[in-house]
Design a protein around this ligand. Structure first.
Ligand SMILES: C[S@@+](CC[C@H](N)C(=O)[O-])C[C@H]1O[C@@H](n2cnc3c(N)ncnc32)[C@H](O)[C@@H]1O
Length: 237
């Protein structure tokens, strides 16, 4: 769970660019494939950027996240979107959705593959028949930089970010924030790079059909993203 202080940093730092880009591409992909989505759920929705984009396109979007600070920011962004604070490993809403998303390497925050499998089973349960599950995963090329970097938010607030990886592959993002030279807080976020083949076989074991696993969501995008985009579908019958 992210602390409230880190949620504010996340919102100000500019990490929202990812769900913005993802949202635009997702809408283009849905249009290209003539898929109509009426209801959506964004798992680990963070500051609600993707929900806001889907809501603006006419979808009845909702989101959940287990960091209260993220949900507070998401609610203030758009109070008419439904948000819940919950852990996606145990979250089983009693509604069905046409689309479930999980972006910004949120699934890489789930360190244990048994928990990832449990999330897939949950999603399968609350997706309607023919519904889509679209998410991203860090890829093996996302080797963390060992070089810490600094960022000045303003004259008083200064932060340092450092990314390291241990022998078991666990990545730690350490954020340290100073105000007027005095330490304000330190936060460590842990992630892991899951093996793509293993993730895909867990999806298939759950009952999903894998429609796509690619470096790009859209066919005509250039280059290779540092992310895998996975599109899975719950069969119609
Ligand atoms: C890197 S942020 C991505 C947020 C958002 N999806 C985006 O693209 O900006 C990862 C998010 O995952 C959430 N998260 C991590 N583990 C979670 C869990 N077990 N259940 C729900 N949310 C979780 C964190 O609180 C955080 O908001």
């Amino acid at each position: 769970m992210y602390s409230d202080a880190f949620c504010k940093i996340y919102n100000e730092f500019g990490w929202n660019y990812f769900p913005e880009a993802f949202g635009e591409q997702l809408l283009a992909w849905l249009k290209e494939h003539q898929i109509t989505v009426r209801t959506s759920l964004d798992l680990a929705c963070g500051t609600g950027v993707l929900c806001e984009i889907l809501h603006s396109s006419g979808i009845q979007a909702s989101g959940m996240d287990f960091s209260e600070g993220m949900i507070e920011i998401a609610r203030s962004r758009n109070p008419s979107i439904e948000y819940e604070v919950a852990d996606m490993i145990s979250y089983r809403p009693d509604k069905q959705f046409d689309l479930v998303t999980c972006t910004g390497d949120a699934l890489n925050h789930i360190l244990d593959l048994n928990d990832v499998e449990q999330i897939f089973k949950n999603v399968f349960g609350y997706l309607g028949a023919g519904g889509w599950f679209i998410f991203d995963l860090l890829n093996e090329k996302e080797i963390p930089s060992q070089e810490p970097f600094d960022l000045d938010f303003n004259d008083e607030v200064h932060s340092q970010f450092a990314v390291t990886q241990d022998a078991d592959g666990v990545i730690t993002l350490k954020t340290t924030v100073f105000e007027n030279g005095r330490l304000q807080f330190e936060e460590r976020i842990h992630e892991i790079v899951h093996d793509r083949e293993t993730v895909c076989s867990l999806l298939e074991k759950t009952g999903f059909q894998i429609q796509k696993c690619s470096h790009q969501l859209l066919e005509d995008s250039e280059g290779e993203a540092a992310t895998w985009y996975i599109i899975a579908r719950k069969p119609l019958l």
